[in-house]
Ligand binder design. Structure first.
Ligand code: GDU
Length: 249
């Protein structure tokens, strides 16, 4: 579920590597089908037979249709909206997508006798913890609607396993920086032409442009690429963990 997103897609690669048959359902809210094409290219036609993609939403009949066609041994649930700020501005959207969608998923799983799930939660369920890193028995003190959707779900129905992939990630200061700079890189591409034309007209934006360009050059340094390697290893380790859990199910 939601497996052509960032963490999900890496997990799919790992699962295919381990010889699992994988079926994805994703509504493309925050992803593109080219990701599936890329995974297929990576594995070639023979091994790609183990991969199916269905565009669909947990809140409607797409899900029931999928379960009626395939008997699933276990499920990994990455499907969800995940922006804290947006969840504060539009909590209904978050409750509808994350909560109603997952409750529907639980119902369909029960109907088709699939009892095993790995659930991708979030470190935001611990609010602002007094110490880091968070561990899973910390008190749940979420402070935003997104976090509430994540903390209520395991309570709603305790299925056999829960994997807090985002805890792995969000506990890392390095990763936080990387995310900021990743976004920054994209922002830079959009902003530079605008700032450059502002500069041309002698605008006050000039100092901002200089600062942005300095930051941009940092993206090309070894320090940045070592952080990228760190990111890759984090993503892969969460994927490995998921497959190890699935194997033990
Ligand atoms: O209603 C929805 C909402 C989203 N998606 C899909 O779910 C995937 C989510 O992937 P993202 O890249 O947006 O998210 P990440 O992989 O970075 O995030 C993962 O870690 C997060 C930690 O905060 C959450 O646990 C999230 O659910 C989990 O996918 C996307 O393909 C998106 O299209 C759906 O299928 N249905």
């Amino acid at each position: 579920m939601g497996a052509i997103g960032f963490i999900g897609s890496h997990t799919v690669v790992q699962l295919l590597n381990e010889g699992f048959r994988v079926s994805i359902i994703d509504n493309l809210d925050n992803s593109i089908t080219e990701v599936v094409d890329r995974v297929r290219d990576l594995f070639g036609p023979k091994h790609s037979q183990n991969l199916e993609f269905h565009q669909g939403d947990l809140r409607n009949k797409d899900l029931e249709k999928l379960f009626s066609q395939t008997q699933f041994g276990a499920l990994i649930h990455f499907d969800g909206l995940k922006a804290v700020g947006e969840s504060v501005a539009n909590p209904r959207r978050y409750f509808d997508n994350n909560l109603i969608g997952t409750i529907n998923l639980y119902k369909v799983m029960t109907k088709y006798d699939c009892k095993k799930m790995v659930f991708s939660s979030s470190a935001t369920v611990y609010g602002q913890p007094e110490k880091m890193p968070c561990v899973e028995d910390f008190e749940l003190k979420t402070m935003n609607p997104y976090g509430r959707t994540k903390s209520l779900l395991p309570d709603y129905q305790r299925l056999s396993h829960r994997l807090n992939t985002s805890k792995l990630i969000e506990n890392s200061g390095e990763f936080q920086n990387l995310i900021v700079f990743n976004n920054f890189e994209e922002t830079l591409v959009l902003l530079v032409p605008l700032l450059a034309s502002a500069l041309e007209f002698g605008s006050v934006a000039a100092p901002a442009l200089v600062a942005l360009l300095k930051m941009g050059s940092w993206l090309l340094t070894e320090e940045f690429s070592s952080k990228l390697d760190y990111l890759r290893s984090l993503v892969l380790s969460s994927a490995l963990l998921a497959s190890a859990i699935l194997e033990g199910l």
